[in-house]
Design a protein around this ligand. Structure first.
Ligand SMILES: NC(=O)c1ccc[n+]([C@@H]2O[C@H](COP(=O)([O-])OP(=O)(O)OC[C@H]3O[C@@H](n4cnc5c(N)ncnc54)[C@H](O)[C@@H]3O)[C@@H](O)[C@H]2O)c1
Length: 343
């Protein structure tokens, strides 16, 4: 029998790619999503890639009754918890909305897992917990900084909840994954990032500008202490990221009854914003309209990952590079345009 893995937020950007990776590794994903930041086309996209139907529950993972129904019906073997709100700016305007959804859903999930004796959980954390690190590349042992936003704080609080819970000797095995900057799309272009409204992240903004949907890109600041003055991030292909979740679920299966660990997921390399622009122009053949604007408050100057721990412990490292990611993002953007024309 295939092991069933519950994916909260499984219709979202990273969740949908992880569903594909789980199918391909012989698991049976079960998705719960309330479609607050995604739509059903992602579920159809997963089905198109794997040629199988996705078991989908439409609803809120803060809903105790629904969660208990899923656990009692499905026989869940482990959970990957993606569901959360993630817009940094919005979180400063509506902090309670963020704490309620991001922290509340983790508590409901842990209590349901306890009730149904499910032990394994992989949690989506973020490199945002490091703030501006004193040294790069940043290791997991690097102290976390005070969060810059309520969103960032929800990730710190959730890591702490999981850690405290494990320290209490609860029968739970936990991996927290600190993602750097997820980019790219599935090479089939059947799934990818679907930002609602104006994208908050660089790459969707770049591809939408390339496609003529946005007039031009604003690069926030070119006077940072980096090679070309623009900010540095570690851009990790979402397909690589998805594979790390499969490795994590497999890793937990061999661990003692009470276990906690956390891992950086990045490429181990940083790229400036202008390098992203140049690489996009190279892979797309488009020339991108951009202007340099003032620095944006709250932006970190530079951060990239040391990924040795994930390689040594999980046997995972990224295989795809920035060119691969931008090519896949661009093809995804073009496919969205095609779908729009046909509808
Ligand atoms: N994308 C990034 O840059 C990034 C970086 C670091 C960490 N993360 C974390 O990774 C996780 C996944 O991110 P993503 O980029 O795939 O985001 P996403 O918004 O594309 O996916 C999240 C999914 O969860 C769903 N959802 C939200 N609240 C829900 C609820 N209460 N019940 C059911 N479904 C709910 C949304 O509809 C969406 O489909 C999040 O926890 C995010 O904070 C993302």
């Amino acid at each position: 029998m295939k092991k069933k893995i519950l994916i909260t937020g499984g219709a979202g950007y990273i969740g949908s790619h992880t569903a594909v990776a789980l199918f391909e590794a012989g698991f049976e994903p079960v998705v719960i999503d309330d479609f607050s930041n995604s739509d059903k086309s992602a579920v159809r996209g997963i089905e198109k890639i794997v040629g199988q139907e996705v078991k989908l529950y439409e609803g809120d993972c803060n809903d105790v009754k629904l969660m208990e129904e899923i656990f009692s019906t499905e026989g869940i073997a482990g959970v990957i918890h993606f569901a959360a709100y993630k817009a940094v700016g919005e979180s400063t305007e509506h902090p309670l909305k963020y704490y309620k959804n991001n922290v509340g859903s983790l508590l409901v999930l842990l209590e349901t897992m306890r009730k149904f004796e499910v032990s394994d959980i992989v949690f989506s954390s973020s490199c945002t917990v490091y703030g501006q690190p004193d040294e790069n590349p940043v290791k997991e042992s690097t102290p976390r900084k005070e969060a810059e936003s309520p969103y960032g704080n929800t990730k710190k609080v959730c890591e702490d909840i999981l850690n405290d819970y494990v320290k209490s000797k609860a029968p739970v095995r936990v991996i927290a994954l600190r993602y750097f900057n997820p980019v790219g799309a599935h090479p089939s272009s059947a799934i990818g990032e679907l930002p609602l409204g104006v994208p908050n992240n660089l790459v969707p903004f770049v591809t939408q500008t390339g496609a003529g949907l946005r007039e031009q890109l604003t690069v926030f600041g070119d006077d940072y202490d980096t090679s070309d003055g623009t900010c540095i991030r570690d851009y990790i292909h979402v397909v690589d990221l998805a594979e790390a979740h499969v490795k994590s679920i497999q890793h937990l299966a061999n661990k003692p009854a009470t276990y906690f660990d956390l891992f950086n997921l990045g490429t181990g390399e940083g790229n400036t914003v202008l390098e992203v622009v140049k690489t996009f122009e190279k892979v797309s053949g488009e020339s991108l309209k951009y202007k340099i604007g003032p620095r944006r408050s709250g932006d970190i100057e530079k951060v990239w990952a040391n990924t040795d721990k994930a390689e040594q412990v999980l046997g995972w490292r990224s295989r795809l590079n920035l060119e691969d990611a931008l090519r896949d993002s661009w093809n995804w953007q073009l496919s969205l345009k095609e779908k729009e024309k046909m509808s």
